[in-house]
Design a protein around this ligand. Structure first.
Ligand code: VGL
Length: 203
């Protein structure tokens, strides 16, 4: 396989962030079919797919019970932390667990680790990834923070506008998050526009 230049990062498409979950994002489940299609295309081209998940302990300062901002959600090994049942992960997709430290919010997938303990940034570097395509939940927290960290890491970033949804604690947080990601140099485009682009070659 030639050195990969592009990877997909699917952020936190977990039951608790979808309608009916503990911290539901409006229309959170709507990203699933779009992501399934994009992920299948990446896998068919041999491009790596990373899938992050919030994987909290019960007693994290991320939760209101411990002085944090959020209701209990995505506790490791509970049904709420499972990926949405309709999410289809291609063979070889790499799970990145984050938010395991009770003293840290763990919004960014770049704080997470693959099953062998590698940080996401190192895992991408080892594969020669230069461009990260990002989709998932939620636009205004974990997607945004992952995108900002990806830019810090020196990656070209593309955010799939039709494959993200926001918590919107304050109305307009979604637009402000998109602005912040653009300001940081990320491109925001639809999944259709992504597929219309010429395939990236080795650099
Ligand atoms: C998230 C709020 C709290 C997210 C996680 O995945 O974006 N949002 N914890």
């Amino acid at each position: 396989m030639p050195p990969s230049t592009r990877a997909l990062l699917v952020v936190d498409v977990q039951n608790d962030f979808c309608p009916g979950g503990a911290l539901p994002v409006a229309e959170g489940d709507r990203v699933v079919p779009v992501i399934n299609e994009v992920a299948a295309r990446f896998a068919a081209r041999g491009e790596p797919v990373f899938v992050s998940r919030d994987w909290h302990p019960q007693d994290t300062n991320h939760f209101q019970d411990y002085g944090g901002p959020w209701p209990v959600h995505c506790v490791a090994d509970t049904p709420g932390a499972e990926f949405h049942p309709d999410l289809v992960l291609p063979a070889g997709a790499v799970i990145v667990s984050k938010g395991e430290d009770p003293a840290d919010h763990g919004y960014s997938a770049f704080e997470g680790r693959t099953p062998d303990g590698t940080g996401l940034g190192d895992a991408l570097d080892r594969l020669g990834v230069r461009t990260l395509v990002v989709a998932g939940l939620a636009t205004d927290y974990c997607v945004k923070q992952s995108v900002l960290d990806a830019r810090e890491h020196g990656l070209e970033v593309m955010v799939l506008a039709d494959a993200v949804r926001a918590v919107n604690v304050r109305p307009g947080d979604d637009d402000r998050a998109i602005d912040a990601m653009r300001q940081a140099g990320a491109a925001v485009l639809s999944s259709e526009e992504l597929e219309d682009r010429p395939e990236p070659g080795p650099r």
